[in-house]
Design a protein around this ligand. Structure first.
Ligand code: NAP
Length: 285
């Protein structure tokens, strides 16, 4: 087990990164990024929609870790999916993050015409502004549409993934396309019912780890990248301390019984599109 996965374009991506969704206070976001990088993290996942790219950039500088050793991901928001708007948004993300190039930029959602945005992302790769490009929340139909016109293939699909929502059909499809799966909500967003599953407690006891560490191990052993969010220094450290044990094949098999086949938030797709399109991100100072 290594602590990086190799993306389809040859780029190495750390298999654990810090997620910063809903860390809305700039000082707290900067501090969490700094804490994580000092603790050994080498990957941070933000998005235009989170409004905290500038705080992430400040955390990177404050950590003292060399920029070239850090894998930075951000995501283009739906309102910027037209070609020209996407180009402007990419440059704005570079400026806010304070970097010359972004390691991975994702289309945040499929709920709009993403053709212009993808072309802008491809050209930004050509220009050296982005090292890799991918998508988030894309299902099989969305991905099939994208692959129909993409000149550069997406390297990652960042999707909701945890033992209650294992998505075997999508996983098999993405694997067949060589697209790396990146798990958001890898800890089920800390929802108590998942964390209270007896199987997790049993495996935590067996391996001398916490249920959170067992969960993260479940992602890593399937070749997924996981980006647990935390602002708590001891949680941040614990979430990286997952490379000294291994779940057995039998342990992994037993997770299958936990799959409920449902996401944490059940909003139907017909409603999700209009809801997300009406959301306009606000950048924090
Ligand atoms: N692409 C998308 O549409 C999308 C959507 C959602 C999220 N994401 C990305 O995925 C990241 C992770 O997902 P998420 O934030 O929704 O959920 P998550 O990482 O599954 O869960 C975060 C929750 O778990 C708690 N936690 C973390 N580590 C812990 C530990 N070791 N012990 C106890 N509690 C712990 C956190 O609280 P503390 O802060 O107190 O530790 C927080 O309440 C996001 O931050 C974001 O970067 C992407």
């Amino acid at each position: 087990m290594t602590d990086t996965v190799t993306l389809q374009n040859g780029l190495a991506m750390p298999s654990i990164g810090l997620g910063v969704y809903l860390i809305n206070d700039p000082a707290e976001c900067q501090q969490s990024v700094e804490t994580a990088l000092r603790a050994g993290y080498r990957s941070v996942d933000t998005a235009v929609a989170y409004g905290n790219e500038r705080a992430v950039g400040r955390g990177i500088v404050a950590s003292g870790v060399a920029r070239e050793d850090i894998f930075v991901t951000t995501k283009l928001w739906l309102k910027d999916y037209k070609y020209e708007a996407a180009k402007t948004s990419i440059d704005a993300s570079l400026e806010r993050l304070g970097v010359d190039a972004i390691d991975l930029m994702l289309l945040h959602q499929p709920h709009a015409d993403f053709r212009g945005a993808w072309k802008a992302l491809e050209e930004a790769v050509d220009a050296g502004k982005l090292r890799a490009i991918g998508v988030s929340n894309f299902g099989i139909d969305d991905m099939t549409k994208l692959l129909g016109f993409a000149r550069i293939k997406p390297v990652v699909d960042q999707i909701e993934m945890h033992p209650y929502y294992q998505r075997p059909e999508l996983v098999a499809y993405l694997r067949s396309q060589g697209i790396t799966i990146e798990s958001w909500a890898p800890l089920g967003q800390g929802k108590q019912h998942l964390l209270a599953e007896p199987l997790l407690a049993e495996l935590a006891r067996k391996h001398g780890k916490t249920v959170h560490q067992v969960l993260l191990r479940w992602h890593l052993q399937q070749g997924f990248v996981a980006i647990p969010k935390s602002t708590n220094p001891s949680h941040i450290a614990a979430n990286l301390d997952v490379f000294d044990f291994e779940l057995t094949t039998d342990d992994m098999d037993r997770f299958r019984s936990l799959d409920k086949g449902t996401p944490n938030t059940r909003i139907p797709r017909w409603l999700m599109g209009p809801l997300l399109r009406s959301f306009s991100p606000r950048q924090l100072p």
